[in-house]
Ligand binder design. Structure first.
Ligand SMILES: [Zn+2]
Length: 530
């Protein structure tokens, strides 16, 4: 997505901490396991293990009774009383100090730092969430059950440590300020926590805020990294496309976002385009994909642009990307592959679960008077196929007559919601004199009369969703409907089941604010069973 920053001094960036945080799986520490069982039985808690530390990554439940005092105090008391659950032995220093607090989602959170011999243990933190009744509900932790070295009697002078770090940054080092802030901490190594100077060196050359951890015993550099968050150079190549379709939007030059460096091919963070008729498009001078609509590469640009647009739309709704169940996306870090010029004058577009890819035919019009025009050139067609892929990511293998119809209905709904237009396929249906659309979400179809064919039956669902959108607005409707897809708990949902999922999302996150509206539209007007 972003240009790799070129200022990083590779010698100074060690990131030795990676070895600890991505360590091989560790079995739960035996004492922790026993203690956590007690807690689970006592409070009905649920717990997730952190395979790196062998201790819980979270414990959730009614973990304590109401306790007196402020949430931060309660958090400290709870941790002190439950050391073993977090993998800390009684010999460990029990001291936790508050370093942050915030409230979110109805809980008061306190972030605590474990200390030992008066020094913080780097990364040994816990976050505790306390509810309005002063009960501990959530504890998350990154504590390592690890020994802590004794503080040194004879540390190297701080000035020596600064010199060691400055030497490491190279002979061209140019400090931004002579002042080098420092702290003394315990730094975690594979064996134990060791006492270290933590220095922050702010430099012009090499550009960065360089964090150094230097062993106070021997001056060894335990770790170093640049903490400066560089505003990465954003660059997007340009291409000529139809922003929605050739009928409604004239050709325009747009930016193709998230193309991967070196920006020469339509291979991006979210989409890779495959041309079935020709080798892949290559950008011309100035990273420009300069093709006209009759060029074989035009559709590649068009579909790249559309997929990126749809992907962003769903990311905004909380989509996790094609990472788990989509075979192509799983192998390519969430990327969706889109094929253009599929078949010969093929009058359709489709999503294929076995490949996880979407495909767009050229259409057979005008050689076939009843054929369609190029399906790649319409954003709502791309959005429809994309939605099929998205449903398959969260709820793979949905089938059954209602299940297949829901697949189509969701796909139509999101294609129309995204383009803010209840018509689908205005361009691909070449009938200027008729209302030339494939389908329309603005309909009054009712469930009992719906035909079995999935697209036809799906129109009932799309129509009901569209009615909901008209009443509660795009943002709320999109949220409820997207959420309802994620919680579908069966491979063959009925319309009733899908409607119940909508009610569930509304109940948990909106306090049933839209219940009456949903029930009226879906049950009374569309006659989906109660
Ligand atoms: Zn479809």
């Amino acid at each position: 997505m972003f240009e790799q920053d070129s200022n990083v001094n590779c010698f100074a960036n060690r990131n030795n901490i990676d070895a600890l945080v991505s360590a091989v799986a560790t079995a739960p520490v035996a004492t922790v396991l026993a203690e956590s069982k007690v807690l689970e039985q006592r409070s009905g808690a649920s717990l997730e293990w952190n395979p790196t530390t062998g201790t819980p990554s979270y414990i959730e439940g009614k973990l304590s009774k109401s306790m007196p005092g402020a949430p931060s105090k309660i958090s400290q008391v709870f941790l002190a009383e439950n050391l073993a659950v977090l993998g800390l032995s009684q010999e460990d220093d029990k001291e936790f100090s508050e370093i942050d607090s915030f409230d979110w989602g109805g809980l008061e959170f306190t972030r605590l730092q474990q200390t030992n011999q008066g020094l913080p243990l780097l990364g040994a933190e816990a976050v505790v969430g306390v509810d309005e009744k002063n009960r501990v509900r959530i504890v998350t932790s990154g504590l390592r059950p690890q020994s802590v070295a004794q503080r040194s009697d004879n540390p190297i002078p701080l000035e020596d440590a600064k010199q060691i770090a400055c030497n490491d940054l190279g002979k061209d080092l140019e400090l931004r300020t002579k002042d080098i802030p420092h702290k003394t901490v315990f730094y975690p190594t594979q064996q134990q926590y060791v006492e270290a100077y933590h220095l922050t060196i702010s430099a012009e050359i090499p550009m960065g805020d360089w964090e150094y951890f230097i062993d106070v015993q021997n001056g060894e550099i335990l770790d170093s990294y640049n903490s400066m968050k560089l505003h990465s150079f954003y660059f997007a190549p340009r291409a000529r496309v139809y922003p929605e379709n050739p009928e409604e939007t004239p050709l325009a030059t747009v930016m193709l976002r998230n193309v991967k460096s070196p920006y020469k091919q339509l291979d991006g963070e979210h989409c890779k385009v495959i041309n079935e008729d020709a080798p892949a498009a290559v950008a011309g001078p100035n990273y420009r994909f300069n093709f006209f609509p009759d060029n074989t590469h035009f559709d590649e640009c068009q579909v790249y642009y559309a997929v990126e647009k749809v992907y962003q739309y769903f990311l905004d709704l909380g989509f996790r990307g094609f990472k788990v169940n989509n075979p192509y996306g799983k192998a390519n870090n969430g990327q969706l592959a889109a094929n253009v010029h599929t078949g010969k004058n093929y009058d359709n577009a489709f999503y294929r679960p076995s490949t996880g890819q979407i495909y767009f035919g050229d259409g057979s019009y005008p050689s076939n008077a009843h054929g369609l025009q190029d399906l790649a050139k319409e954003v709502d067609v791309v959005a429809h196929e994309f939605t099929h892929a998205l449903i398959d990511e969260y709820r793979p293998g949905m089938f059954g007559s209602d299940g297949s119809a829901l697949h189509e209905g969701y796909a139509d709904y999101f294609a129309c919601s995204l383009t803010n237009d209840s018509d689908l396929g205005e361009y691909v249906v070449p009938s200027p004199e008729k209302p030339g659309v494939i389908r329309n979400c603005d309909n009054n179809l009712r469930y009992p009369e719906a035909p079995a064919e999935p697209h036809a039956r799906g129109r009932v669902w799309a129509g009901a969703c569209w009615d909901l959108r008209k009443e509660v607005g795009k943002e709320v409707a999109d949220f409820l409907i997207f959420g309802s897809i994620l919680v579908l708990g069966t491979t063959s949902p009925t319309f009733k089941y899908a409607k119940d999922m909508l009610l569930l999302i509304d109940k948990y996150w909106c306090g049933s604010e839209y219940k009456a509206t949903i029930k009226r539209i879906f049950e009374r007007e569309r006659e989906i069973p109660v």
